[in-house]
Design a protein around this ligand. Structure first.
Ligand SMILES: *Cc1c(COP(=O)(O)O)cnc(C)c1O
Length: 359
């Protein structure tokens, strides 16, 4: 079976060499040497500050916690995302207010945000869907006018640049996921990115039970620490991620060439100056065709993924119908895309799709 993604892996011997050291130092977690080195490397690479944590969901939870919103606060967000985005708002007992998405970019429809703002609204938690930057200038303008915080779920955005700057630099904070299914991974992992050093310092306290450098309890924290085995994986993957992205780009372009006029593609922001080819989402003319393609490809040995599905308004706020998000989630499918995928497989997948769509 060919899966929709396949984790990038460093050379086995290199990994063994790195973790062998841990048998001597016995320093396995708690701000270890590899963790600190990985944090510094990411800060240098993206020209911003970061607190690495154990997964993207905890990065979201910590980000929502960072601003001490009052109880009953409302946070504007999108229903077209992974469940963790809305989940992090609900876990804090805040109310997610779903705003529908743009039909072409799949990101939150900025024109629809303002009408949903109330005196309880405290933040906008927007998602750069499939690594496609949101309309960050317009979101900033709204946030400034209504004094809202901006949190970006940038889980898909490793190495995405917007107008020459890492997309992690936008908003008050951005969160990344380094899960095994993402383009860059630390097995499980994530990070809170921000240009605001104070917010990042607080995120570092929150990830470690609220302790400060002198192990005084100065905040109400959680355990979101990344261990050294994961950080070592991250350091080695940093060395090979550029090659991984380049290989994905070639396959992505074959898909786009072969499927033009057959399916719809996500419209990528014109401000993108570097993209990461994290996924290969395509949209079919109908939900039935999408499901037929999914089944037919499975029969032929290819796993595809209905993602995001379902639209989260159908789960958490049924009366607030986000029709565009519902429509796209019924018709979207992610095709296999990863560095080691052979071109012949891409050609076969495209032939199967063409046959299904043309009936
Ligand atoms: C993967 C993902 C997350 C969660 O990240 P984990 O590291 O799996 O916890 C959050 N939001 C989006 C949009 C994601 O794709």
């Amino acid at each position: 079976m060919i899966n929709v993604t396949r984790s990038m892996m460093p050379e086995f011997d290199k990994y063994v060499q790195m973790i062998e050291k841990l048998w001597h130092t016995r320093w396995l977690t708690n701000n270890g040497e590899y963790l600190v080195e990985l944090e510094k490397s990411l800060e240098k690479r993206f020209d911003t500050r970061c607190a690495i944590v154990s997964n993207g969901t905890l990065a979201l939870l910590i980000s929502v916690e960072l601003f001490d919103f009052p109880p009953d606060s409302e946070i504007i967000t999108t229903p077209f995302t992974f469940v963790a985005t809305a989940g992090s708002i609900l876990w804090q007992k805040y109310k997610p207010v779903f705003v529908d998405i743009d039909r072409e970019t799949f990101n939150i429809d900025v024109r629809a945000i303002e009408s949903r703002i109330t005196d309880k609204t405290k933040a906008i938690l927007a998602v750069h869907v499939f690594g496609n930057p949101c309309e960050v200038e317009k979101i900033e303008e709204i946030a400034r006018r209504f004094q809202l915080k901006i949190i970006y779920d940038a889980a898909h955005c490793f190495d995405v640049y917007y107008k020459g700057r890492s997309i992690y630099k936008y908003g008050d904070v951005s969160i990344a996921s380094f899960h095994a299914t993402k383009v860059f991974h630390t097995i499980e992992g994530g990070a809170v990115f921000s240009d605001n050093a104070e917010l990042v310092e607080r995120a570092k306290r929150l990830r470690n039970f609220g302790f400060d450098e002198n192990v005084q309890i100065v905040d109400k924290g959680i355990n979101a620490k990344m261990n050294e085995f994961q950080a070592a994986m991250g350091l080695l993957n940093l060395e090979i991620v550029d090659r991984e992205i380049e290989k994905r780009r070639r396959l992505y372009e074959i898909y786009k060439r072969e499927l033009r006029g057959i399916v719809e593609f996500q419209r990528l922001s014109e401000g993108i100056t570097k993209y990461n080819y994290i996924y290969m989402p395509v949209v079919f003319p109908s939900g039935d065709i999408r499901d037929a393609v999914h089944e037919e490809l499975k029969k032929q040995g290819y796993n595809t993924r209905k993602y995001f599905f379902p639209s989260l308004d159908t789960v958490f706020d049924k009366d607030n119908r986000c029709e565009v998000a519902r429509d796209i989630s019924q018709r979207i499918l992610h095709l296999p895309l990863y560095g080691d995928l052979e071109e012949e497989h891409v050609e076969t997948i495209c032939s199967v799709i063409k046959a299904c769509v043309r009936g």
